[in-house]
Design a protein around this ligand. Structure first.
Ligand code: SAH
Length: 407
């Protein structure tokens, strides 16, 4: 437990401050934005949840301006590392404007894109995804919560979108001591799914009931790349959600696509998306099942496929869960590899921050060894470029994938 100090003893008497334990300033000096509770020696003043605090080394040296989060293990998240850049309304607006401007420069082949990607855009705890004329925001830190009105207003101005919808219903809000919130923040709440277009395919996105903010924009380019391998192939798309990889495979001329998910709502949306694009429904099969069980069943039935996609949900939110997650990844990859025809492709993904690319590759290699198959890595996948990663914050590099060609 950090000691509560008096404001007088702190360096900046007027601003609350966190003073770190001896030697715990190293990560902040490398501009890693998180201060863990165990690193804090003393708290000066009585900062409220989300309030800006000065973070100082034991020597008194200034390290960062950060948002205080009393309930979280991540006790503070840095807004800036220079003392003359204390966050205020203008500072936060400028961060939003910069983030949106960088996305415009990417000139993506879609009207749906991530405008703000948390730490990577200098806005810890804020995600904003644009779906045509609507922006969905997700606020998951006490600091972003405190500045919500400014951030939402800045997003509306910078994006030019009349409608802003909040989906702050992620479990991580509880860790920050924040209540779940969702609903319209500006403009009318969506009465119908929003139509988006991605590499020439249309998807109807239900931002109010869909998973996360409604769609997995990070896989945009990977869907196109995997689809391109599917002409005249039999495809198995595991964890298909609303049919992202399914549609790209069918559009590229797949012979058959079997899509598996445990969410009946997602499968219905997938069927609708297929129809929306006028794709051949007779080539598509939608299976409401648990992937772990379904892969075993397919094996028992003697089935095999030319292309298999594994895009599971996050098994390891943090590195603490890595071991349990590793068992999950190994299991699905092992069983998928056993269903893969020689010369076939496995596109295998992990979106767990707690499992880095090296570990993921080791897990998949273990699965291949146990399945007694030899594979070549043909390609490595990452999140689309509107999901940038801060070099000093590797935790943000959550999505990784391997394209394996079975020998
Ligand atoms: N590939 C998708 C995104 C996948 S998100 C796309 O391109 O849009 C992960 C999906 O896994 C969700 O739809 C979720 O419903 C599903 N899911 C989670 N656990 C599952 C399980 N054990 N079996 C089947 N589906 C599961």
């Amino acid at each position: 437990m950090a000691k509560q100090g008096t404001a007088k003893a702190g360096r900046a008497a007027e601003v609350p401050a966190l003073v770190l334990k001896e030697g715990r300033e190293k990560s902040l000096l490398r501009r890693h934005p998180w201060v863990f509770s165990g690193a804090v020696a003393q708290i000066y003043g009585s900062p409220q949840s989300g309030e800006t605090v000065a973070v100082r080394a034991a020597s008194g040296r200034f390290l960062a301006w950060a948002a205080y989060s009393p309930a979280s293990q991540i006790r503070a998240r840095a807004w800036s590392f220079s003392e003359d850049e204390k966050p205020d309304e203008d500072f936060l607006r400028a961060r939003v404007v910069d983030a949106v401007a960088r996305r415009a420069a990417l000139a993506l082949d879609s009207n749906a894109l991530r405008l703000v990607n948390g730490e990577a855009d200098g806005l810890p705890g804020l995600v904003a995804d644009r779906y045509d004329d609507l922006v969905v925001v997700q606020i998951t830190s006490a600091g972003a919560e405190r500045w919500r009105a400014v951030l939402v207003d800045a997003l509306q101005a910078a994006s030019g979108c009349p409608r802003i919808y909040e989906r702050s219903d992620a479990d991580v809000r509880a860790l920050e001591g924040l209540e779940m919130r969702s609903g319209a923040l500006a403009g009318s709440p969506p009465q119908a799914p929003v139509l988006i277009s991605e590499h020439g395919l249309q998807y109807a996105v239900d931002v109010s009931t869909g998973q996360k903010t409604g769609f997995f924009l990070d896989q945009r380019d990977n869907r196109l790349a995997v689809g391109a391998l599917c002409a005249d192939r039999d495809v198995l798309n595991c964890f298909c959600y609303t049919g992202g990889f399914t549609l790209s495979a069918l559009a590229a001329g797949a012979r058959s696509v079997s899509s598996v998910d445990s969410s009946a709502g997602a499968l219905t949306a997938g069927r609708n998306n297929l129809e929306l694009n006028g794709l051949d429904a007779s080539r598509a099969q939608w299976v409401d099942a648990d992937v772990f069980r379904h892969l075993r069943q397919l094996k028992a039935e003697g089935r095999s496929f030319d292309v298999i996609v594994l895009d599971p949900p996050k098994f390891a939110p943090t590195s603490k869960d890595a071991e349990r997650a590793a068992r999950g990844y190994k299991d699905i990859n092992l069983h998928a590899l056993q269903l893969l025809r020689p010369g076939g492709y496995l596109a295998s993904f992990s979106c767990s921050s707690g499992v880095n690319a090296d570990l993921f590759q080791k897990i998949v290699a273990g699965a291949a060894a146990d399945a007694a198959v030899s594979c070549r890595i043909e390609r490595r996948f990452h999140a689309a470029p509107d999901h940038p990663v801060l070099l000093e914050f590797p935790e943000g590099d959550y999505l990784k994938g391997l394209l394996l060609l079975r020998q």
